[in-house]
Design a protein around this ligand. Sequence first.
Ligand code: APR
Length: 235
Amino acid sequence: MAHKKKTIVVLTGAGVSAESGIKTFRDSDGLWEGFNVDEVATADAWRWNKEKMLEFYNQRRAQAASVEPNAAHLALRELEEHFNVHIVTQNVDSLHERAGSSQVLHLHGKLSEVKSSVDDSLIFDVGDKPVHLGDKCPKGSQLRPNVVWFGEQVPEIPNAQRIMAKADICLIVGTSLVVYPAAALVYDVPVQAPVFVVDPSKPAEFIFDREITFIEKRASEGVPELVSHLIQNYV
Ligand code: APR
């Protein structure tokens, strides 16, 4: 009888997409350059700044569609040949899916989707296309990016907690772990599960009550190495 595949849960952030060419948020030349977070990424700003916000996300959507998955995304897909892999990402790009990962949960939404401003269940895939003021949902409200803004709820958190709790092994790749509630997900990982962190610098939220292996490398180098290690030692 085939042995049951171990479950690996991977929590990713902007760092996993950095080498594909998508800027991270908190590095010096962060993504918000030229745009003030308060003007383009908060629930409050949507009330008075719709046009600028739609333009900001149109630019990010076009950029995300113009770049390619990197070796880290591809290595995470390779893991699926040996493990049951769940990706829980804070990223709104679709690079994990484009690399072939099959179980991806987007905590903060997806650039390729827009939704009604009055009914969260009305979601539309727009691919890399722009959305403009006046583009309405069937209920007549302005279409908005299907992205979680600061000040908004993160509806996928309960699903993410359930996934983290199933981890036999947990990888944390390219996130500063400074944004909550996403950062707290590390505490839903069973204490006996080994945790591997891949990041050129140590994330803020460090969990000391368990074994942590810190791979102080960029994702495109550290993740393929880690994937080989996991396949050799944990299958
Ligand atoms: N490889 C791996 N990690 C990297 C790389 C790289 N090439 N370059 C940078 N990093 C690391 C940084 O050291 C940092 O720990 O990636 C992390 C990026 O952190 P942030 O810019 O804070 O991105 P993230 O943690 O995903 O932000 C969380 O905050 O802005 C909001 O909603 C937005 O989802 C985002 C959330």
